[in-house]
Design a protein around this ligand. Sequence first.
Ligand code: ZN
Length: 277
Amino acid sequence: MKRVRVKHGAYKKYAILRDGYVIPLDADTFESALTAAEVGAPIPLSEVEFLSPVERPNKILGIGVNYAAHAAESVSFVDTKKPEVQKWFNKQATAINDPYADVHLPKVSEQLDYEGELVVVIGKRGRHVPRERAMEIVAGVTIGCDYSVRDWQRASQTMIMGKGFDTHAPIGPAIVSLDEIDDLSALEVRSYVNGEQRQSGHIRDLIHDIPAQIAHLTAAFTLEPGDLIFTGTPAGVGAGFTPPKWLKAGDRVRVEIDGLGYIENQIVTEPGRTVLG
Ligand code: ZN
């Protein structure tokens, strides 16, 4: 099953993607969409715009340095000493963004970087979930880009300020259930900037695999439907080049994973307006 959220005319709907059509669900939230009935006529893809398949996750979690080659290239900008312990950070819930929407180049930094990743979407509550049962709480997987503002990330050990800027967590286009994926470990994550390939890596090369991630996270807290786990990025981020290849306004960043499609976002200068209420 491929779960999506789309804009159709004036309406935003949770839906199922099937045979080139979108079938709306009788649901207002991601959690209710997991068990909702189909309602209404199938809508041709040409009439919809894809939105983030979870509207507002309660948590967006990301793991740092989870591919060996990325750990090696990251020595200059994060503490990469022996990632034997999983290193987690949060992206803020307000960072969520649509799969083809604009991403902000911050007003306060020129060090915007991309991290193409497989994203796990939680479908059931889980606490103290052993690794052998971890996939039971997964609704499916999707594509994400963990945009990172490197100077703000480096400024504190928690990394949180550099990871949570608005628009910096685009995901989608669909949450693909695990029964539709032959071999999750064989999936390859690739990212491109203006058509030039920058990253590639296979899920089998994760230092801490997905069951280990879920077991570790749920040892501390409850994962809930709609929570997102950014599972780590392969080598080839902009910070790994000499000199670094930071993103600039007008750049187009594409992340693709076989069988899941792609997301593509244009970098735009952050509006930088004061918002009060
Ligand atoms: Zn990341």
